[in-house]
Ligand binder design. Sequence first.
Ligand code: AMP
Ligand code: ZN
Length: 472
Amino acid sequence: MRLYNSLTRKKEKFKPIKKGEAGIYACGPTVYDFLQIGNWRTYVLGDLLVRNLKYLGYETKYVMNITDVGHLVSDGDEGEDKLEKGAKREGETAWDVAEKYTKDFKQGMHKLGLLKPKLVRATDHIKEQIELVKKLEKKGFAYKTSDGVYFDTTEFEKQGYKYGELSTLDEIKEGARVEVNKKKKDKRDFALWKFSPKSEKRDMEWESPWGKGFPGWHIECSAMSMKYLGDQFDLHVGGEDLRSTHHPNEIAQSEGATGKKPFVKYWVHGAFLLVDGGRMGKSLGNAYTLQDLDNKGFSPFDLKYFYLMGHYRKQLNFTWEALEGAKTALERLRKRIINIDSRLRGNDGGSDGGAPHQAVQGAWESKFRERMEDDLDMPGALAVVWEMVKDKNLSDGEKLGLIEKWDEVLGLGLSKVEMKLEIPEDVVKLVEKRSRLREEGKWNGADSIREEIEKLGYVVEDKGKETVVVRK
Ligand code: AMP
Ligand code: ZN
């Protein structure tokens, strides 16, 4: 597989550190609010990457953190802690806020059918973070000020390391995104540990060798990724915003502590999701959640199909019309698959039964793989799916076989079982009732139930002995 590596700034062939294995770390959510569709685009990218690696036969180890402490509002070292801020907003403790939105995150992962990473919470790894800061201190990379312990970028460079290599922003060298803090030796230095301010009561704070307080935002990712994946590992994923300071800081902390370079071989960054051509944000009222989509009749899979229509390295523009387009396309695809499936089951003239077309099937498989292996070209892979289902040289069985296999990567719930699961309970009950009436020869009753089902937005089709239900 070839992947664009933000560190080397080119597409490279993926060669894991250990043959046949891939360790992946994804920066997870700060759990202070509901996740929005921009966040989800980034988590779907992590999922796609892991699915692709699995498909290609790699044994994967996928770890994701939950930031439940210490992420300051400005993304620098100043401002309020996002969790403590959420607690004030909701009149609860920071612990309750973290719990509530971690739950929302897990539910969202489930709704979107994402593979489960090993989820690790920052607050469960305070000890590891303190140990890491101690290591950095021993090597001369940390110094204490009146408000915290900071990473010393100047000393880091003096000892022969490069700081900010990954960053796209030249300004990182001048520390543009880092708030000016007069106590720091250099503008680029960043907090490893912050002391609890005397003026403010915090819900989350811990004792440390330097004083009571809480970890800086970046240290958790270094501590937890290395704990679970080793000092050096293969892949690190996150949104493009993290490339400017968070990830360069992770590199500095980890390489500084272990002396091993590179900390991570391949850095994969997903471009942002825009809404109506611009930035999305709470204050703009366009930071839509999965619930907002559900309220307008869109399923999480409609959103996922929409994501797949764009390449992960290009910004993608969300509009309700575009989502509608994705929904329609996904429904058309599902209908096709259901028809293929029912033809097969009903044996009513489906094109199965002839000699197998192994060569043709193999050619499709190569086409699909070629797209995935070219830096996760999912729009290209979707185009292959559509061409394949229309190919007259393939039998129905062969088509279904390919779809089921490819859906391991696409994760669109295209397997028959999953599609049936998406039909609401009340519709399923009506379909069963209708089948019973038909068996008893009560055709009028069966017809009126068909109308009821249609009113709920579904259509029943009788194919041979099978009854198939699809969304209208
Ligand atoms: P946060 O919870 O703010 O730390 O963000 C969690 C993840 O979502 C990070 O990897 C961000 O890069 C990503 N993210 C935030 N906004 C967007 C967006 N508009 N499009 C894509 N990813 C985003
Ligand atoms: Zn991180």
